[in-house]
Design a protein around this ligand. Structure first.
Ligand code: PLP
Length: 401
């Protein structure tokens, strides 16, 4: 096989792209299962899955064929017409989510935009004058567009782009008093991740989520749960809130919903749907086109066929045990947090250095927050893959000892 010129690719790309990322020094060329290969043919075990996107792994033949078939049939028609594929995709999504209505977007951030608009419109339709405030959480991440940025709990991300949308207040995650303090007559929604991802892998405590839901119910405030990272089976439930015994009014989803094609979604209950967005209020040219809808259908078909939720529950138990052992072994590992195949290990080391060194050792792990190693592998990983990961991680950590 002819290897491509790595240095040339990196230099050209750096010259061409707007410099919004400090990329790792690797040029990926192909993937297979839970492995990626770089331009020089070196193999990497992938515990990042393209940031929790590639739930079914790489080069999944049935998935590839489903997309190839759809390409030959129909790629795009716009949302001015019906098509057969979005019909099937939406039916499957509602069944999996227990929600009543869905709007398909092209990304996570757009799903958040739609969710915010739906909540605003709900308050507007209910004649709640000036009811536009949103309570979001510190250390949250909801995306980079202006609306999504407005509810993202990282000041550094927000500041250069202010003023953002008005009326957003930040409460402390898993601290119900801090939420209560911010609730007012003007609150239209509370938005949070069921498990915080970018902020450092913090699962919501059950009592917290239940009390937030209560507050919402009592005050006719909408609960928006962002399941963009923690949804689609990652925690062992199809959507993480399903393991908490509560239900959101609006939910956002993206990342693994298309397993590699750009698609997201926001969902709502019928109660919200009949009191919010109407024709003319919202739209998208691409959103939910036949191509991405075919991907969704195939993804959900494989979840069922492979019994992936059960698999995640089994294999994540093993992963948790192995990570716990590791935390005991190394002084500079502080604790493990997470749910299912969304795990974080807090460290006192420079976490970026660890992830860089791991990459050199053929292991892809990413970071979260300031000091957390994040593990969000494809959901199809096996216990052998976990063993291989732990082995490579130890090799990496030993260089810091
Ligand atoms: C990734 C992510 C987003 C943004 O999704 P994009 O597809 O990058 O726009 C929003 N919320 C959460 C929780 C995420 O993890």
């Amino acid at each position: 096989m002819q290897t491509v010129d790595k240095k040339n690719y990196i230099e050209k790309t750096e010259k061409n792209l707007v410099h919004t990322y400090n990329r790792f020094d690797v040029v990926f060329d192909k993937g297979d299962g839970v492995y990626l290969y770089d331009s020089e043919g070196k193999k990497y075990l992938d515990f990042a899955a393209g940031i929790a996107v590639m739930a079914l792994g790489y080069n999944n033949k049935e998935y590839n064929n489903a997309l190839k078939n759809q390409i030959d049939k129909l790629l795009h028609t716009s949302n001015l017409y019906y098509n057969t594929t979005i019909c099937e995709a939406s039916e499957k999504l509602l069944e999996a989510s227990q929600m009543d209505r869905v709007f398909l977007t092209n990304s996570g951030t757009e799903a958040i935009e739609g969710a915010i608009k739906a909540a605003r419109k709900y308050a507007y339709k209910k004649q709640k004058k000036g009811c536009y405030e949103i309570i979001a959480m510190e250390h949250s991440f909801h995306g980079r567009s202006l609306g999504a940025l407005s509810v993202t709990g990282n000041k550094n991300y927000r500041e250069p782009f202010e003023p953002l949308i008005p009326g957003v207040k930040f409460a402390k995650y898993n601290n119900i008093e801090s939420v209560k303090e911010l609730v007012s007559q003007k609150t239209c929604a509370i938005i949070m991740e069921t498990v915080q991802g970018e902020g450092g892998i913090y699962p919501a405590e059950e009592s917290f989520l239940k009390e937030v839901k209560e507050i919402c119910k009592e005050n006719d405030i909408l609960l928006i749960l962002d399941e963009i990272q923690c949804g689609m089976g990652r925690t062992g439930d199809m959507f993480a809130w399903q393991g908490y015994g509560i239900k959101p009014d609006i939910m956002t989803c993206a990342k693994a919903i298309g397993c590699g094609v750009p698609v997201g979604a926001f969902f709502m209950t019928e109660e919200v749907a009949k009191n919010s967005l109407e024709p003319g209020d919202h739209g998208t040219t691409y959103g939910g086109n036949p191509f991405v809808s075919a991907a969704i259908c195939e993804v959900l078909r494989q979840f069922e066929k492979k019994n992936l939720l059960e698999h995640v529950k089994d294999v994540s138990e093993y992963l948790e045990d192995q990570l716990d052992t590791l935390v005991c072994e190394y002084d500079f590992l502080v604790e493990r947090r997470g749910k299912g195949l969304m795990q974080g290990v807090e460290t006192t080391l420079k976490v970026g250095e660890v992830s860089k060194k791991a990459l050199e050792n053929g292991l892809i792990v990413i970071t979260a927050g300031k000091n957390v190693l994040r593990f969000v592998p494809p959901l199809i990983i096996t216990e052998e893959n976990v063993d291989e990961m732990i082995c490579k991680l130890k090799e990496t950590l030993d260089t810091f000892a």
